[in-house]
Every structure is written in structure tokens, then in C-alpha cells.
Design a protein around this ligand. Structure first.
Ligand SMILES: N[C@@H](CCC(=O)N[C@@H](CS)C(=O)NCC(=O)O)C(=O)O
Length: 208
């Protein structure tokens, strides 16, 4: 089934999807929408927004739905109901952190960045680290021995926070190790090297 992922030329909400597809060696067209094309494309999108994954002639939107779909199709969704629910719960927790990050990035970067790093982030990461240790003390993936869609989201979330603050993970060694391990996965490593040469913005307003 031909896949086409449409999004802006930034990392944003599409990057975990790209990471998952690259890691699983699923071929896809990485369609990057230029800002001046958006006015024409927006009305064609189900919710007027992207990312959008075109799978054959099926149009999938909402980043969480896209990730869960790929999770089911590629066996990245846990081995049983308990694991699947845990993975969903973990994903939603990351989304909550990402919403706080996005509020700061888009709404209050100049005045809010330092306070976000100092007052908001440590508690958020500590909670995620505690949850991450649920399975096998966090030595592998979100749900234990096998990767899930939430691992790609977690990796990207940690990665963008390291851009924001290079010491962000110093107080959460288990998450820090996960980030280091995940970056060494051969397909991810090759993608990260390729991406570094282009260095696309993380966010739509160029702040990161
Ligand atoms: N809940 C949606 C949010 C999608 C969203 O906010 N997309 C933004 C880019 S990150 C967008 O399309 N912005 C352009 C617009 O709204 O016109 C999801 O998770 O996919």
C-alpha cells in the first residue's frame, strides 16, 4: 500500500511518524508542504490540519490516530490489552508535556523559556521516568522488551527537549539512556545523520 505523509517542512507532529516509518523500513512519500501551498491544501484536509497520512485512498489525520494505526499494522501496540493501554497512557502523558512545550514555544518563548526549563520540565520528566521504569525498570522500551509506537514519540519528545536545554535529561538517567540507545538503532541513526545535514526546524515559528 503506497503511503504519503503530508506535513509542513518541520519536525513538529509528523516527526514521530517519520521515525517509526523509517525505523520499520516502510516506504513512504515524505510530502513537505510549502507555506504558500497551504491555503489551497487546508480546505481539503478533514480537520483543516496536518499531519495527514494517505494510505492507498484512505486519508488518515490526527497524529495520535495515525500513530496508533501504524502501531496496529506494524505490531507496535503491545502484546495484550494491559500493554496496549499502558502504551496509550504513556503516549497521552507525552502529549500533555508536548502541549505545555508548544504553549511556551508558540505563546511565551522569550519570557517563558527559562521558567519552563526550571519549573515545569523537571517534574514532567520525573513523572515520565517513573512511569517508564514500570516495565523492566526502563531498560528497554516503554512496554518492556518490544518497541511500540510510543517509543518513537518519547524519543522525539526527549530529543526536542535536549535542543531546548542540553542538560534537560541529567536528572532522569533512565530516560537519558533510552534516548541514547534509541538514537543508535541503525535505521534511526542513518535518518538522524541525514536529517542533521538538512537541519529542519523543530517548530513552525522557528523557535526551539
Ligand atoms: N490534533 C491534531 C493537531 C494538528 C495540528 O495542530 N496541525 C497544525 C500543525 S502542527 C496545522 O495543521 N496547522 C495549520 C492550520 O491549522 O492551519 C493532531 O494531533 O494531528
Amino acid at each position: 500500500m503506497a503511503l504519503k505523509l503530508s506535513y509542513f517542512d518541520i519536525r513538529g507532529l509528523a516527526e514521530p511518524v517519520r521515525l517509526l516509518l523509517v525505523d520499520k523500513q516502510v516506504a513512504f512519500e515524505d510530502h513537505r508542504i510549502a507555506r504558500d501551498q497551504w491555503a489551497e491544501i487546508k480546505p481539503k484536509m478533514i480537520f483543516g490540519q496536518v499531519p495527514c497520512l494517505l494510505s492507498g485512498d484512505e486519508e488518515l489525520v490526527q497524529s495520535g490516530a495515525i500513530l496508533r494505526h501504524l502501531g496496529r499494522v506494524h505490531g507496535l501496540n503491545g502484546n495484550n490489552e494491559t500493554e496496549t493501554t499502558f502504551i496509550d497512557m504513556f503516549y497521552e502523558g507525552i502529549r500533555d508535556l508536548h502541549n505545555k512545550y508548544a504553549q511556551m514555544i508558540y505563546g511565551n518563548y522569550e519570557n517563558g523559556k527559562d521558567a519552563y526549563i526550571k519549573d515545569t520540565l523537571p517534574g514532567e520528566l520525573a513523572r515520565l521516568e517513573k512511569l517508564f521504569r514500570t516495565y523492566k525498570n526502563g531498560e528497554h522500551y516503554v512496554a518492556g522488551d518490544k518497541e511500540s509506537y510510543a517509543d518513537y514519540v518519547l524519543f522525539e519528545e526527549l530529543d526536542i527537549h535536549l535542543i531546548l536545554s542540553p542538560t534537560a535529561l541529567d536528572a532522569t538517567p533512565v530516560l537519558k539512556k533510552f534516548h541514547e540507545r534509541f538514537a543508535e538503532r541503525p535505521n534511526i541513526k542513518a535518518y538522524l545523520n541525514k536529517r542533521a545535514a538538512i537541519n529542519p526546524p523543530v517548530n513552525g515559528n522557528g523557535k526551539q
